[in-house]
Design a protein around this ligand. Structure first.
Ligand code: AMP
Length: 292
């Protein structure tokens, strides 16, 4: 007998605060657990893996799709960021989302809006140093979304390592009762970390962009082989990326995985973080390095 696969019902789409609250209230009343996946849309398999994880662990799954203007700098890609609404809604439904929160900028930031969240220290290093104000925007929008959805668990990708650490820290320090779950980075078969911004890359640029994951692999192999000289590893990380033509390296560092503080010697849990520009597109990637 052939098994009939039921197509998932389309998710409920909520665009206003009243709609999202009304769509969640019934789940909460009957004690269902709520899983939340915040995104900026242009969804790919990496996002889908977060939604599926939420689906497997929670009764009700809420995805938000919001291209958050406060986390983009004045010369960044806010206007051109892809917004394929119908396709994104279908991907959410197929991945098992029950509710998609799709607010406008006015809903999240009404005229006169003036409250921001800042995580000192973590906000102004690495990505934050290159993109001033970025993490203030991220911390603010995630806090707002957390207060709107009031989820039991929220799912983030390791792909944005500094972001998930910042959100973890913020959630703990603001006593927000949502557990932050970090999920592995999904990669294309050649190792490239999936990202909505990969859509900007020409085939040649994409080929060049592979140098990020290759550099991370190189240092991970060296650490596995017993190399413990952090400065040497860090130099190799940067040199490996810079050896690719058309790549402009923003940073390549090996830091403490729990605090992102600089290291002079190896510690049990480190993370190699890289960022580079290929043409006008910025790519980031990372790899956790554990001493055996
Ligand atoms: P974004 O839409 O870029 O804001 O990403 C939404 C969430 O998806 C964030 O928690 C990201 O870290 C996560 N994410 C993005 N790319 C990947 C990936 N390749 N694998 C796993 N998670 C990802």
């Amino acid at each position: 007998m052939t098994q009939r696969i039921q197509p998932s019902p389309p998710p409920v789409v909520a665009e206003t605060l009243a709609e999202i609250r009304a769509s969640i209230v019934d789940s909460r009343k009957v004690g269902k657990s709520i899983g939340f996946v915040p995104t900026m849309g242009a969804l790919h398999a990496g996002h889908v893996s977060l939604i599926e994880r939420a689906r497997s662990e929670c009764d009700t799954v809420v995805v938000s799709i919001f291209v958050n203007p406060t986390q983009f700098g004045p010369n960044e890609d806010f206007q051109r960021y892809p917004r394929p609404r119908e396709l994104d809604l279908k991907i959410c439904g197929d991945a098992g989302a029950d509710i998609v929160f799709y607010p406008s900028v006015d809903v999240m930031y009404p005229v006169g809006y003036r409250t921001f969240v800042e995580v000192q220290g973590l906000s102004d290093i690495l990505e934050g140093a290159i993109r001033p104000g970025h993490f203030r925007g991220v911390a603010t929008v995630v806090t707002k979304l957390f207060m709107i959805v009031l989820a039991d668990r929220a799912y983030f990708g390791q792909k944005d390592y500094q972001q998930q650490l910042l959100i973890r820290t913020m959630t703990t320090e603001l006593n927000i009762p949502t557990a932050v779950v970090t999920c592995p980075t999904l990669r294309d078969p050649d190792g490239m970390a999936m990202s909505s911004r990969n859509a900007y890359l020409s085939p040649e640029e994409r080929q060049r962009g592979l140098c990020l994951s290759k550099a991370l692999n190189l240092v991970a192999n060296q650490v596995e082989a017993g190399e413990r000289d952090i400065l040497k590893l860090q130099r190799q990380l940067c040199e490996q990326m810079a050896a690719t033509t058309g790549i402009s390296v923003d940073y390549g560092v090996i830091v403490d995985a729990r605090t992102l503080s600089e290291l002079t010697e190896a510690v049990p849990e480190m993370v190699a973080l890289v960022a580079a520009r290929v043409g006008t597109t910025r790519l980031i990637d990372n790899r956790v390095l554990r001493l055996a």
